[in-house]
Ligand binder design. Structure first.
Ligand code: PLP
Length: 374
C-alpha cells in the first residue's frame, strides 16, 4: 500500500530533536524556528515532558471517557489558573479542527441558531464546520459548502453588524491572530466592538487561539493583549507539544448536558499528561515572558531590514513579508543555513519557534539571514 499523497514534502527526515535542534537521518543538524506548524511550545524532547509521558505510559496509556480520570480535572484546574479563564469549563478533544467543530456546535446548541460569521482569509481547520468557516474554497468540497457561514472583512465592524443584526447568527469565530493567512491582527477597537455586537445580538464570540495561544504571543492568549473576553476559546497545537490534544474553554453561561459532546480519545491519560508537562515547563521556565522578550528582539532586529516589506505579529508569532527580490529566501535558509521556517504563500516567512528559544539561537538565525541578504 502507498500513502494518499496530500502533502508536498521536503526531502529531509528528522529522526531526533532536542530543544530547537533537529537531526536528520543523515546526521545533519537543523535549527527549528517553525515547530512543525507552531506545535512545539516547550522544545523537542524536553526531559520533564519525556519523563512524565514515559512514566504515564508505563502505568496506563488509555481508558475511555466512561470512567473517572483525575488527570482531566488536574489539567482543567491548572489551565484555568494559568490562562485567566478559571471560571470557564474545559472540554478536551484531539486537534484544532475538532476544537473548533465542538465550539461551533456548542454555540449552535446554546443559541438554537445555525449561522456563523467568520472572517476573510480565516483558517479554522479541515473538518466540516471548521473548513466551512475557513476562507479557502480550494479546500472545501461540495459537501462542506453551506449557506450557514458568512465571511466579513477583518477589522470591519460595519460589515459584521450588517450581517449579525439579522438575528439568526449563533456565533462569530475569529483567530486571535490570523496565522495561515500570513499573520494579520484584529485591532483592539475591532475586538471590543465585536464583543459589544455579540452581546447586543445574542451571538457567541469564539476566539480561535489554536495557533496564537498557549503563550506564543507573550500573553497566554493573543486576545488578552486587548483585554477582551470570549465566550468560547479554542486551543490545540502548543497544548501538547506534539502529543495530539485540543481544548475548548466554555463560559459558565453555557450549560453542559450529558451526551451534548463526546469523543473516544479526547482527554486520554497520555494527552492530559503531555498537557500537564507543558504547563509545568511553561510556568517553571517563564516561557510566556521569554516569548515576549524574544519577540521584541526579533521585532527590533528585523523591522526596517532591507529584505522585508512588512514585519507583522506579536511575540513568537511572526510574519515577515519579503520584498519581491528576496522571494527564494525561505528555501535558502533551509538548504544553505539549515533553519526551518514557515511560509504563507511565496512571500511571507513565518517564524513560530518553541517558546524556549534562546538569545543565542535567535542571533544565529539573524546572522544566517544577514549573510543571505547582503
Ligand atoms: C487558527 C487555526 N485554527 C485551527 C487549525 C486546525 O488545527 P488542526 O490542524 O490541529 O486541526 C489551525 C491549524 O493550522 C489553525 O492555525
Amino acid at each position: 500500500m502507498h500513502l494518499f499523497e496530500v502533502y508536498k514534502l521536503w526531502d529531509i527526515e528528522p529522526v531526533k530533536g532536542l530543544g530547537t535542534t533537529l537531526w536528520d537521518k543523515k546526521g545533519e543538524t537543523y535549527t527549528d524556528l517553525y515547530g512543525g506548524h507552531a506545535v512545539i511550545s516547550v522544545g523537542h524532547c524536553h526531559p520533564h515532558y519525556v519523563k512524565m509521558l514515559s512514566d504515564q505510559l508505563a502505568n496506563l496509556g488509555f481508558y475511555s471517557n466512561a470512567v473517572q480520570n483525575s488527570l482531566q480535572r488536574d489539567l482543567a484546574s491548572r489551565l484555568g489558573k494559568v490562562c485567566g479563564y478559571d471560571d470557564y469549563a474545559l472540554f478536551l478533544c484531539n486537534s484544532g479542527a475538532e476544537a473548533n467543530e465542538n465550539a461551533l456546535k456548542v454555540a449552535s446548541f446554546h443559541t438554537g441558531k445555525a449561522k456563523v460569521l467568520a472572517f476573510r482569509k480565516a483558517f479554522h481547520g479541515r473538518t466540516s464546520g471548521a473548513v466551512a468557516a475557513t476562507d479557502n474554497p480550494k479546500i472545501q468540497s461540495p459537501f462542506n459548502e453551506t449557506s450557514n457561514i458568512v465571511f466579513a472583512p477583518l477589522n470591519d465592524l460595519e460589515a459584521v453588524e450588517k450581517e449579525i443584526s439579522k438575528g439568526d447568527f449563533a456565533a462569530v469565530i475569529i483567530e486571535g491572530i490570523q496565522g495561515v493567512a500570513g499573520i494579520f491582527e484584529p485591532t483592539s477597537g475591532f475586538l471590543h466592538g465585536l464583543r459589544s455586537l455579540c452581546d447586543r445580538y445574542g451571538c457567541v464570540l469564539i476566539l480561535d487561539e489554536i495557533q496564537s495561544g498557549y503563550g506564543r504571543t507573550g500573553r497566554f492568549f493573543a486576545h488578552q493583549h486587548h483585554d477582551v473576553r470570549a465566550d468560547i476559546v479554542t486551543m490545540a497545537k502548543g497544548m501538547g507539544n506534539g502529543f495530539p490534544i485540543g481544548g475548548v474553554l466554555i463560559s459558565p453561561s453555557i450549560k453542559a448536558s450529558y451526551g451534548m459532546l463526546g469523543t473516544t480519545f479526547g482527554g486520554n491519560h497520555l494527552a492530559c499528561t503531555a498537557a500537564l508537562a507543558v504547563l509545568d515547563i511553561i510556568e517553571n521556565e517563564h516561557l510566556v515572558e521569554n516569548a515576549a522578550r524574544m519577540g521584541e528582539y526579533f521585532r527590533k532586529t528585523f523591522e526596517g531590514d532591507k529584505a522585508i516589506k512588512e514585519y507583522r505579529g506579536k511575540g513568537l508569532m511572526i510574519g515577515m513579508e519579503l520584498k519581491d527580490e528576496y522571494k527564494g529566501l525561505r528555501d535558502r535558509l533551509l538548504f544553505e543555513k539549515h533553519f526551518f521556517t514557515g511560509a504563507a504563500g511565496a512571500q511571507v516567512i513565518r517564524l513560530l519557534p518553541s517558546l524556549t528559544i534562546s538569545q543565542q539561537t535567535a542571533e544565529s538565525f539573524v546572522n544566517a539571514w544577514k549573510e543571505l541578504t547582503i
